[in-house]
Design a protein around this ligand. Sequence first.
Ligand code: CA
Length: 680
Amino acid sequence: MKRLSFLLLLLLPLVSEAKEAVVASPDGKLIVTINDNDGHITYAASLNGKKMLLPSALGFVANFGDFTQGLSIVGTSASRVDKSYEMRQVKQSKMHYVASKLAVEVENARQQKMTIEFSVSDHDLAFRYLIPRQKNDNPKCAVIEREATAFNLPQGTTTFLTPQCNPMIGWERTKPSYEEGYRTDAAMTDRSFYGQGYTFPCLFRLPSPASGTSRTKPNRTSQKASAKSPQSETDGWILISETGVSSQYCGSHLSDYDPRRGYVIAYPMPGENNGFGSASPAISLPGSTPWRTVTVGESLKPIVETTIAYDLVEPLYEPSQQYACGRYTWSWLIWQDNSVNWDDQVSFIDLASAMGYEFCLVDGWWDKNIGRERMGKLSEYAREKGVALMLWYNSNGAENDAPQTPRDCMNTSIARDREMAWLKSIGVKGIKVDFFGGDKQETMKLYEDILCDANRYGIQCIFHGCTLPRGWERMYPNYVSSEAVLASENVYFNEDAARREPFDLTMHPFCRNAVGTMDWGGVIMNRFMSRDNKSRHTRKTTNVFEMASGITNQAAIQCVAMQPNNLGELTQAELDFLRRMPSTWDETRFIDGYPGRYVVLARRHGADWYVAGLNGTAEPLTISVSMPMFKAGEAVTLLSDVADRKDKATMSTVKSAPKLDKLGRLKVTLQPGGGMIVHK
Ligand code: CA
């Protein structure tokens, strides 16, 4: 590491000359170059000699000083990180993070100082600003008014993004809540839908040298059986996000594309959270900004498998107990508000018990329709059946008009203390809190306060109508998952969303779910999106697709939104799989896929491997799946679709026991909206 400092010194001899610092990943392939040309700090990145990020701005404007211009690099110090840790509730259980660190000390024209800290592992580049107190030990606090932080991607890069929406729009003025759709294979120059930029994580595909700056494949509306887009066509994927956002900062997103600067870090909109709370964050000094992360790969493998959201953060408190993972039933998805009554909830507790599931989630209005006193009895009934209850809450407060109750139980510490003591007294193990007010620091504080208080009462938390979790699985030990996705409820609400489900669920493993646990809200087994399972629109996916999504979607407490009637409708093979389906993983491997077209993932639970595939396209897709986790030539259990699904109505599952070929591969045809599951 001394070599880096030496290199810097060589480049430092003349006062006004630009200085450059370099940090390379442990394998030497990912190289980040930082310089201070013309008083602006920029960084650029290359992977195996291929430009991934063009020179991109760094810096910020604080209320005590401007760190966007008149800057110079005044020193560097290099070090190395090698840390191992374990997690119970994400894509992998044993983590090992090895990275080269470089602290780049920067001074502005007024001799004010800050440090840009880089942490570069083989496939992840991360950085943050460390802000000290200045001369005379002041200021001791700062408002960061804006950041210059940018991500400038090469010309011809295509995008896989979901837009940020305007504040206080949508149902009962509850947005933004990360519930917008994705567009794939789009041009950087396309304006975002609302003109408010894009929410994290943001996925990009770099152009291959052969294709130059021309755009590649059109988007999903015209995709065909050539769902397969050979990886050799491309040589760069980039996933941009952030981690370590606690009550000490706001959640950020990316601006619209600016041809001169690329994408720039944007703070929440002033109108979020009913206009209450500042859009800019305030921090105590010395302090730091969250880590911004850039995951890079020559294939999609490092993108899908990244653990950078967890590698850079630490637990913020100790768990008060060991928290359980598992599966939950949920009446609301198909039976809706009317199902929040005693009898229907008993039938979903019975369903959870029959399936061997650990939890049942009771949705909104339970305080009115069942009543607090009887909730104690319902929880007791569940406990006798070996099932723990989780209860729904409105986050309000004053942030929007969401009417469901209980309201005003989670927005102050006094209310939470009373409520959570009662929850503990009746044996409730989790809460799902819905309808948050956006990304301001004010709202980040509410998430943290709920989590910290709930831990004292042994309660785990799921968030809906909410922001992206940013390292929270590691930071908050009783945090479970977040919606932060245009989720399964839309499959119920409208037929267009049902048609889009295969596209959505082949998008998320590459993006949303790659950096944070995702509560999609359920494996759906009803044929029709109705309680009688005869009326309204049908589901557009096969049964295997839905079951495989329970593997490809990652959440440590996984929703299985099957209905009591499904017990008598599904085949034994389907019920057997749904009963044994794990929700926690020791290892995750990307095998094949393309965002929004298809995906094949392998996940290991203990000694058991599950290889799950989804076809997001409108045509059958025949793939040869390489499965090195099984022995070549041995027989495996395969759940697949019925061969011909041209009428799009067949949802049935075929169970077979094919043998892998001599190279450990299996040829499988995934039907449109269909899938596959292989296990032993
Ligand atoms: Ca929602």
